[in-house]
Design a protein around this ligand. Structure first.
Ligand SMILES: [Zn+2]
Length: 280
């Protein structure tokens, strides 16, 4: 199409932030950090490469995801342990906090609960910021690698994509059949994954994760959580996923219990207060 006469003028209009976060309830990071200092480890789960494991985290506990042995990306799903229909809502989290998460950001739940499920309290990769390509770490723009897209693009039948890994882990935890369990798997937080959009074509890109063994991201559980983490078949996501071609490493999940009395004044957030009458 031919540009209108005022094309440059229209393009020059400055953007407006969709969801200004000035009124977003802020986490008490000082309280969480202080409580974490005296918390004691009460469980751990080692997630094998190209597979997933589930783990429970009671409200008021902490969980840490660590890189061990080598650079590795993880795909994280979270559910309300007492109602699996309330699950992590990656799209709304992205709308509120931006394309990548770091300390102080929260993982928000689906409607109608729409409340913080977990708050990031520590991120050893927060130094990375945004690189020259527009890339950053801990992505909420990707979905999760899955066998359907692989089949669509290359006709493959690959069974160790994060979607399938998470489906098996959730089925094992709940006793559901695979088709039942699959319907609860949702878009993830891509832990340690370095991604962005190309400036020219706006395409989703990934690049080698800057994560190294010892790096970790730590969360405070705002409600009772069931989590599942997949150690992505993409490994550090420097080349490809949806095959066994990439070097892969395990990921470690550790859970920490707060010492009695250290969370004085904190209570789990209630479900969203919208009255749900939808105008009728
Ligand atoms: Zn994956």
């Amino acid at each position: 199409m031919t540009e209108p006469a005022d094309a440059a003028q229209r393009r020059a209009i400055p953007p407006v932030i969709c969801y200004p976060t000035d009124t977003l309830p802020q986490p008490d990071l000082a309280l969480y950090t202080q409580a974490r200092a005296s918390a004691t480890k009460c469980g751990e789960t080692l997630v094998p490469p190209r597979d997933a494991r589930s783990f429970g985290v009671p409200a008021g506990h902490f969980f840490r995801i660590s890189s061990v042995e080598g650079p590795q990306v993880g795909d994280l799903n979270l559910w309300n342990k007492n109602d699996f229909s309330e699950r992590f809502y990656s799209g709304k989290t992205r709308a509120l906090h931006g394309t990548h998460l770091t300390t102080g950001h929260r993982m928000w739940s689906s409607f109608p609960g729409m409340r913080p499920m977990a708050t990031v309290i520590r991120d050893t990769l927060d130094w990375y910021g945004k690189d020259a390509f527009g890339g950053s770490v801990h992505d909420v723009i990707g979905t999760r690698c899955d066998p359907y897209t692989g089949n669509l693009l290359s006709g493959t039948q690959y069974h160790h994509c994060c979607h399938s890994n998470l489906t098996r882990a959730f089925a094992d935890e709940t006793g559901m059949s695979l088709p039942q369990a699959e319907s609860y798997v949702h878009d993830v937080l891509n832990v340690f994954m370095c991604t962005g959009f190309t400036r020219d074509t706006g395409q989703y890109f990934m690049k080698a994760s800057p994560v190294r063994p010892g790096d970790h991201i730590e969360f405070f559980a705002e409600i009772d959580l069931l989590g599942a983490l997949s150690a992505c078949p993409g490994g550090d996501c420097s080349t490809e996923h949806s095959s066994d071609g990439a070097a892969c490493h395990p990921l470690l999940v550790e859970v920490f219990a707060p010492a009695p009395g250290t969370l004085e004044g904190w209570t789990p957030p209630p479900p969203n207060a919208y009255d749900r009458s939808h105008g009728r």
